[in-house]
Design a binder for this molecule. Structure first.
Ligand SMILES: [Zn+2]
Length: 544
C-alpha cells in the first residue's frame, strides 16, 4: 500500500501553508502550459480482435517500465507526490518523472529539492567521477560501466553493482509475464518470437538475441519497444540505459513510401563529405524504415520531450551485423507539426519563405535524421574503441547533431538525384531551420536541445541564414546553408572518428550557447503561448 498521510492530518498540516501552496500551483500552471495535450489514437478497426488483445497486453507491460523509470530518474515517486501539496505541481512532476523541469535545464520546481544529480538515481548521489574511475580501474570496471547495472554503496561504503533484473525484479517480472501472454495471441511468428525473447531478456539483462529477433520482424502490424534502451538519462557517464515502452501500430501505406530509401544507404555512406577514412564502415543493408501510429508511451520515452522517430537497436555489434530499424511515429509527428512548428514559423520565418514549411518536408527531415544514425562511424579510427565509449557523456548529443546534419545532407543528395518527388529543396531547408527553433527550446538538459544550439550557432557563423532585426524574422540563404551543412558534417564525423573527447567538449563550449538575439526570439515564442512539447491522453480508455 502507498504510504500516504491520513487525510485529516494532511489537511491540518497543509492549511498552514495555503499561500505557498497557491504560489506553487500558479508556477506549476505556467510550467504546464509548455505542454499541449494530444490524444494518442489510431484506427483500431484495422486490427483483429486477437491483435487488439496483444495491444492491450503490451500497454500493460509498458506500464511496468514507467515504474522502473521513476526509480531510475528519481526514486520514491509516492513519497514525492505525497509531499507536493497541489495537483498542478504533482501533474508536472508526473510529466517530468521527478521534481526537475526537463525543458528548463532540469531546474528543481518542488521545494526542498536541489539540482538533479548528473547520474540521476543510477549511482550514489555523493559519488564523484574520480571515485568511480578509481573503482573501475581496480578491477570491477565491466560491471560498473555496464548499461544494465545500478551502482550503490555496500556497508563499508565501497561501490558495488546490482544487475537491473535484480534491482527492479518485481517490475521486470510483471512486464515479462505480460509479454509472454501477448505472445500467445500473436499470430505473426516473428512477433511471437521477439516477444518471447524480450521477456527472457528482461529477466537476465542479455538483450542481444531479442534485438536480433526484433530486426527480423517484417510483416507484423503491431510492435513494441520495451526495456532499458537509451542512455541520455545518465548525464554523468552516459553508460546506464533507462527503461521505456512504446506500443505501435504499423501504417502500411506510409511504410511503403519509406521502404525504398534503405537500399540507398551504402551509396550515401560512401559519398559523405569527409575524409575517406571516416566513412569506411559499411552500414547494414538490412535496415528498414516504417511508419507507425504510436498508441502508448511509457518511461524514458514519455519523459520531457517526446520522440517522434526511433532508430534502434543501439547495440553496435547488432548494428554492424544486421543494421537497424527506423520507426517514424506519424501521429505524434503530425501533432508536433500542427501545434508547434507551424505557429513558430509564423512568428520567426520571414513571410516570403513560410510557404516552405510543410509537413512532408518535416516528415522527411525527421525520417532522414533516423536514417543518418546508421551512417558515419561507430568505431574510432585510432584504436580508442567505439565512438560511444570514447566520447562518454558527450556521445549522445554529438550523435544527435550528426544525425540532424547528415539527414539534411542525404535529402540534398537524393533531391539532386530526383529521388524525393516534386517538392523544392527550399521546403526542406526552411523547415529544417524552423525545426531548430522548435528543438532549441528543449533546453540544455536534452541531448537534442544541445545539438540544436550548436548547429544553430555553427550555421549562423557560416551565414546559412540572416535575422532581420526590424521584423525579427529569419531568412535562409540556401547556398550558404548547404556549405554550412557540409562543413558541419565533416567536423562532427572527424570528432567522432578521432574519439576526440576534449575536442567535443571545446566544440560544445564554443557553440552550445544561446545568443541574446536568439533568447529574445525564443522568449517571443514562449510569450505567444506556443507549447514546447506534447503530453498524451493515452491507454485503453482512449483506444477502446
Ligand atoms: Zn536521433
Amino acid at each position: 500500500m502507498r504510504k500516504l498521510m491520513p487525510a485529516v492530518a494532511a489537511a491540518v498540516l497543509l492549511a498552514g501553508c495555503a499561500g505557498r501552496e497557491q504560489a506553487g500551483a500558479d508556477a506549476a500552471d505556467a510550467r504546464l502550459a509548455k505542454y499541449t495535450s494530444v490524444r494518442l489514437t489510431t484506427d483500431m478497426g484495422q486490427l483483429t480482435e486477437r491483435e487488439q488483445r496483444v495491444v492491450a497486453l503490451l500497454i500493460d507491460a509498458s506500464a511496468a517500465m514507467d515504474e522502473i523509470f521513476w526509480q531510475q530518474a528519481y526514486g520514491d515517486r509516492d513519497a514525492l507526490f505525497a509531499a507536493i501539496p497541489d495537483a498542478a505541481t504533482r501533474q508536472f512532476a508526473a510529466i517530468n518523472y521527478g521534481p526537475w523541469d526537463r525543458l528548463a535545464g532540469n531546474e528543481p520546481f518542488v521545494e526542498g529539492h536541489g539540482a538533479k544529480p548528473a547520474g540521476a538515481n543510477f549511482y550514489p548521489p555523493d559519488m564523484t567521477k574520480e571515485e568511480f574511475e578509481a573503482a573501475a580501474a581496480s578491477g570491477n570496471g565491466a560491471a560498473l560501466r555496464s548499461q544494465y547495472t545500478v551502482v550503490r554503496r555496500d556497508e563499508q561504503g565501497a561501490l558495488r553493482t546490482i544487475p537491473y533484473h535484480q534491482a527492479y525484479a518485481p517490475h521486470v517480472e510483471a512486464a515479462a509475464a505480460k509479454l509472454r501472454e501477448a505472445a500467445t495471441y500473436a499470430d505473426d511468428p516473428a512477433l511471437r518470437r521477439y516477444l518471447t525473447l524480450r521477456a527472457d531478456a528482461l529477466l537476465n539483462d542479455d538483450y542481444r538475441a531479442s534485438d536480433l529477433a526484433w530486426l527480423d520482424m517484417k510483416d507484423n502490424a503491431i510492435d513494441v519497444i520495451i526495456g532499458p534502451i537509451e542512455s541520455y538519462e545518465d548525464q554523468l557517464f552516459g553508460y546506464k540505459a533507462a527503461y521505456e515502452g512504446l506500443v505501435l501500430v504499423k501504417d502500411r501505406a506510409w511504410s511503403q513510401r519509406l521502404a525504398r530509401y534503405a537500399a540507398m544507404l551504402p551509396a550515401l555512406q560512401s559519398g559523405l563529405p569527409v575524409d575517406a577514412r571516416y566513412r569506411r564502415e559499411q552500414p547494414g543493408t538490412d535496415s528498414d524504415l516504417n511508419a507507425y501510429d504510436i498508441v502508448y508511451y511509457a518511461g524514458d520515452a514519455n519523459a520531457g520531450s517526446k520522440s517522434i522517430a526511433v532508430n534502434l537497436p543501439n547495440d553496435e555489434q547488432v548494428q554492424l551485423q544486421k543494421g537497424t530499424r527506423r520507426l517514424q511515429l506519424k501521429n505524434a509527428m503530425q501533432a508536433k507539426f500542427d501545434r508547434i512548428l507551424v505557429p513558430i514559423a509564423e512568428l520567426l520565418i520571414v513571410p516570403g519563405q513560410r510557404r516552405h514549411v510543410t509537413f512532408d518536408a518535416f516528415f522527411s527531415n525527421v525520417m532522414f535524421h533516423e536514417v543518418a544514425h546508421g551512417l558515419g562511424i561507430k568505431n574510432t579510427v585510432n584504436r580508442r574503441g567505439t565512438v560511444r565509449a570514447a566520447l562518454k557523456e558527450q556521445a549522445s548529443a554529438l550523435e544527435e547533431g550528426k544525425a540532424d546534419v547528415l539527414g539534411l545532407y542525404m535529402i540534398t543528395k537524393l533531391h539532386e538525384q530526383g529521388e524525393l518527388g516534386d517538392a523544392p529543396i527550399e521546403d526542406y531547408y526552411v523547415t529544417f531551420l524552423a525545426s531548430i527553433f522548435r528543438s532549441v527550446r528543449f533546453g540544455a538538459s536534452s541531448a537534442h536541445g544541445r545539438a540544436n544550439m550548436a548547429r544553430f550557432n555553427f550555421f549562423a557563423e557560416h551565414g546559412a541564414f540572416q535575422r532581420d532585426p526590424q521584423t525579427r524574422t529569419y531568412r535562409v540563404d540556401f547556398a550558404r546553408m548547404r556549405d554550412a551543412m557540409n562543413a558541419l558534417s565533416a567536423k562532427i564525423l572527424t570528432l567522432q572518428g578521432d574519439g576526440d573527447y576534449d575536442g567535443v567538449v571545446a566544440f560544445v563550449e564554443q557553440y552550445g550557447v544561446i545568443s541574446p538575439d536568439l533568447q529574445a526570439d525564443l522568449d517571443r515564442v514562449n510569450a505567444a503561448g506556443i507549447p514546447v512539447d506534447i503530453v498524451f491522453e493515452q491507454g485503453p480508455q482512449v483506444l477502446w
